[in-house]
Ligand binder design. Structure first.
Ligand code: CMC
Length: 427
């Protein structure tokens, strides 16, 4: 018999089993708590609650560790490719050479979108935020694939996963092209996943597009760094939406909507805007004081994380990637100096030390993406592009779980108790 946790409620002792993962904190299984005691647990923001069992990604926030299927993110970012990481997240193991070739060709074969999908873009204003466009257009994919919506069939689930991973760069690039008034560029299946995305985004029919290898490599690495991140807000949104049996494309659209928020995927856009507002290193102390002021809603964007209470391991790789891109493109961006100085000053400030606020993945990503040529509004779109594989892998894991139930949180009700309706002339 394993460990149990004792809960005493109303003078009655209840024993709950303690479940152990392969690594990480134990969890107290309270599934029977309500039946046994009539009480719920209360945990807004899920700060102490495991919402599911998962074998995909592990984070040790205190140590700054991120593992995908057991492999450290640093090793994957240095030695692997985004296609390999996609395969790993979806299937649990790294592919052998044949499996990788087959997977890459499957993804490549699905890169085009239905021609009719292009007409969806015309319904948006040119100045629409591309995340609004992404939410709408990815959601619209649900209407195009009636041949693969039986989510109880693993083969159909796999086809949906491949379609999503393959088409999301095409849609993301189209969202960009629409915003700048340029024609959509069709996928080029001779190119890599990242190279093709760069061409669809920055290529124009009037001239030949040359992929710059260093930028292609950086893009691929940025995709790896964002591929999955355990049960974060958007992934939990995808799982919750999917728990009702909803169409996978609609579930991913829900994830995109959640990711857009500035506390989540919108942080890299907010971070670059913040760095631009700060401008020069001499203004940094003023902004640090504002971030510490309880009466000022300003926060240092790109700092702090719900799980990492140490340096975000993705931020380390991001800083290295930034140097490589700057060297390859010969960029001299004073914002980089501002960012480095801000990091130094914040890390030496007792407020940030005590609260364990370290740079997260978004701190440097905005500067790199801007150097590559992306406008800030596209930053979260790139995050959504890369995270699609994580969302779909987590969705698939959930649907495959025989014990899966519709997600239905409870609440602590604090509204009025029952009262009688009063007609309007008597109020
Ligand atoms: N600047 C200043 N103070 C901060 C910051 C910050 N960036 N982040 C947290 N704090 C303070 C906060 O005021 C609070 O202080 P107190 O205990 O005195 O009330 C304390 O630190 C804990 O903050 P919290 O909001 O309770 O922590 P959380 O775990 O709910 O929030 C977070 C995590 C990421 C939302 C938050 O750190 C934040 O808003 N950071 C800025 C936005 C950002 O960079 N987000 C990207 C996250 S990484 C990308 C991703 O994985 O999605």
């Amino acid at each position: 018999m394993g460990d149990t946790a004792k809960i005493n409620i109303g003078g009655k002792d209840i024993e709950s089993p303690v479940l152990k993962g392969t690594i990480g904190p134990d969890v107290i299984d309270i599934r029977k708590l309500y039946g046994q005691t009539g009480a719920f647990t209360y945990d807004p923001g899920f700060t102490s609650t495991a919402s599911c069992e998962s074998a995909i990604t592990y984070i040790d926030g205190d140590e700054g560790v991120l593992l995908h299927r057991g492999y450290p993110i640093g090793q994957l970012a240095e030695q692997s490719s985004f296609m390999e990481v996609c395969y790993l997240l979806l299937n649990g193991e790294l592919p052998n050479a044949d499996e990788l070739t087959k997977f890459e060709s499957t993804i490549t074969r699905h890169t085009m979108v239905h021609e009719q999908l292009a007409s969806f873009f015309n319904g948006f204003r040119r100045d629409a935020h591309p995340m609004a466009v992404m939410t709408g257009v990815v959601g619209a994919l649900s209407a195009f694939y009636h041949d693969s919506t039986d989510i109880s069939d693993p083969v159909q689930r796999r086809i949906s996963a491949h379609r999503l991973i393959a088409k999301i760069p095409t849609i993301a690039a189209m969202a960009y092209k629409y915003s700048v008034g340029q024609p959509f560029v069709y996928p080029d299946n001779k190119l890599s996943y990242a190279g093709n995305f760069l061409k669809m985004t920055f290529g124009v029919p009037a001239e030949e597009y040359q992929v710059i290898p260093a930028v292609e490599k950086a893009m691929d690495r940025i995709f790896i760094l964002h591929a999955d991140h355990e049960q974060n807000a958007s992934t939990s949104t995808v799982r919750l939406a999917g728990s009702s049996g909803a169409n996978p494309f609609a579930c991913i659209a829900a994830g995109i909507a959640c990711l857009w928020g500035p506390a989540h995927g919108g942080a890299n856009e907010a971070c670059l805007n913040m760095l631009r507002e700060i401008g020069t290193p001499d203004k940094i102390p003023h902004y640090i004081e504002r971030a510490k002021d309880k009466n000022d809603p300003f926060r240092l964007m790109g700092f702090g994380h719900r799980v990492y209470k140490n340096y975000d391991p993705r931020a380390t790789v991001m800083q290295q990637t930034l140097r490589e891109v700057f060297e390859a493109l010969n960029v001299q961006d004073p914002l980089f100096e501002t960012a480095i100085r801000l990091e130094e000053l914040a890390l030496s400030d007792p407020y940030f030390k005590e609260k364990k606020l370290f740079p997260n993945v978004d701190f440097y990503s905005g500067i790199i993406l801007s150097a590559i040529g992306f406008p800030t509004t596209m930053f979260t779109v790139l995050f959504a592009l890369a995270r699609t594989v994580g969302w779909v892998a987590q969705w698939n894991e959930m649907i495959s779980d025989p014990g899966q139930k519709i997600g239905r949180p409870r609440q602590l009700y604090t509204g009025p108790v029952q009262r009688d309706y009063v007609p309007v002339d008597k109020r």
